[in-house]
Structures are given as C-alpha cells and as structure tokens.
Design a protein around this ligand. Structure first.
Ligand SMILES: C[S@@+](CC[C@H](N)C(=O)[O-])C[C@H]1O[C@@H](n2cnc3c(N)ncnc32)[C@H](O)[C@@H]1O
Length: 259
C-alpha cells in the first residue's frame, strides 16, 4: 500500500517508517510512505506556505496553492488515491473505517494532508479533499500525529503485516471482538506486587480460558463503554452464551453484595 503524507515536517514520519510493526512493514515493502512537503511547491523567494487569515484573528492559515500542487504531485507518485484531510472537524476514526482503507489498498492509495497553524484554506478542502477524519474530540498542533495514527492502524490490517499469532482479528473492535473491548492480559511472574494472575489462565483448560476471556471482554465493554456495548447488541447481537455469561456475572455481583 502506498500512502503519501503532505506535511511541512516530513522528518516526523520516521516515527512510523523506522520503528516497530510499521517500520517492518516498510522494510518488507508491504507499506510505502512518501512525504511531500508543500514548501517544495511554492514559487516565491521565501517559500511561503501560510498567510494571515482574511477577516483578522490570531494565527496563520495554510495557503491553498502549495497544498494543491503537493497533492497533484503526490497523485503522480501514488496513482489513484483518496485524499484525506486530518481535522478535528472530521468524522471520528474507527476500526470499520480503518479496515475499509486497508481493504481498498490494492486499488486505491491514500494521500493524507496534515494541517498546521489555524488549519488550511477552506477552498483547498472544497477542491481537493475527499474525506475528513479526526482522531478524537481534542485539538493537537498538527495533522502529522493524526496521520501517523491512521497509517499505523491501517498497516496493522494489511495482509502479512502482523503474524498470525498477533493477528489484528484478536484486538479490540475486530473479528470476534467486533464492537467489544479486548480481555485483560497477564505474563510472568504469576504473583507480582501481591497480585495473582487469575487461576483459570494457569490451568491449561483452553475452553475454560476462552470462556473467561469472552466474559471479561463482555463485562468490561458493558462497564467502560456502554455506547459500544449497545452498538454490539444492535449490530451483531449477543449469542445465548454471551447472555448467560453476563447473567452469571450479575448473579455473582448480587451474591457478593448480600454477603
Ligand atoms: C491547531 S490545529 C487547527 C484546528 C482548527 N483551528 C480547528 O479548530 O478545527 C492544526 C492542524 O492539526 C490537525 N489536527 C488537530 N487536531 C486534530 C484532530 N483531533 N484530528 C485530526 N487532525 C487534527 C489538523 O490537520 C489541523 O489543521
């Protein structure tokens, strides 16, 4: 998959190109990241990429023309591509969207536009941007970190990037855990700071471990993310086993409270 990132700070992208899962994907050629700097597409002596906002007010706005030229150049190196502007005003990024980008990777690259300052000239968005995505309801200083969040999340879903053992299907929001959070995880030692690993995980009974993990996933989603839990109930539904597990937990709670 080829992803071009339009950014004034291309060096920042080394966080995804040089480290961990995404770094390995780049090394193996499964993921190609190109940085395109709008400053390289300016025509004035000062290589100006921003200017004061019409109507006054604080801060600067990224100019439309260098951004437009950068996108045109990016399209020449990526081939057919969807242009995404990372913005706090976009739809909040979620796993179904991430999966969709990964699934369409074979036929469509991504061009990610990272804004800076007060943002980018609205006319550039109207003319060149297909979609706007946000990483959450808060504001960061530039679109580079949001772009890297998107790149990392998409890369995990590309075939071969994660081994079978660590398949993205086992993470929260995916596969069996569609609209659910993952269960808790433990590793050695069995006792740490006077806290024991749940005994079921030490017994080697794979069916009991599966049931325990499922119950934990259901319970923590219901408790921590009731919005997600409701989405699970209405979109995928709960199996009879899921319902039994949650009811058992309710009974255990009642007994604990009585004693
Ligand atoms: C300081 S922000 C500008 C925010 C803008 N004035 C607004 O309120 O919508 C600079 C850039 O950071 C990026 N950015 C900031 N917060 C973001 C978020 N939650 N999701 C995606 N991108 C974000 C955008 O690319 C934005 O152009």
């Amino acid at each position: 998959m080829h992803i071009a990132v339009i950014t004034l700070f291309p060096e920042m992208l080394c966080a995804v190109t040089d480290f961990g899962v995404t770094g390995r994907a780049v090394e193996q050629g499964r993921l190609r990241i190109s940085a395109v700097n709008p400053r390289d597409f300016t025509t004035d002596r000062h290589r100006t990429v921003d200017d004061r906002p019409f109507g006054g007010g604080p801060g600067m706005v990224m100019k439309a023309e260098p951004l437009a030229r950068a996108v045109e150049y990016a399209r020449r190196i990526t081939g057919p591509a969807r242009v995404i502007y990372l913005s706090p005003q976009g739809r909040i990024l979620d796993q179904p969207a991430v999966r969709r980008f990964a699934a369409e990777a074979a036929s469509e690259s991504l061009i990610l536009v990272a804004g800076r300052y007060e943002g980018v000239d609205e006319r550039f968005i109207e003319a060149h941007v297909d979609e706007q995505w946000s990483i959450g309801d808060y504001v960061v200083s530039g679109g580079e970190l949001p772009a890297m969040v998107l790149v990392d999340a998409v890369a995990r879903c590309l075939p071969g990037v994660l081994g079978d053992e660590a398949s993205a299907e086992q993470d929260s929001f995916s596969g069996e855990l569609e609209n659910l959070l993952d269960c808790p995880h433990y590793t050695r030692p069995e006792v740490w700071a006077e806290r024991r690993v749940p005994p079921v995980l030490l017994g080697g009974d794979h069916e009991a471990i599966r049931r325990w993990r499922r119950q934990q996933a259901l319970e923590r989603t219901r408790e921590r993310r009731p919005d997600l839990f409701r989405a699970r109930e209405s979109a995928q539904g709960l199996s009879e086993e899921d319902k039994r597990m949650l009811a058992d937990n309710g009974r255990r709670h009642d007994q604990d409270n009585e004693s």
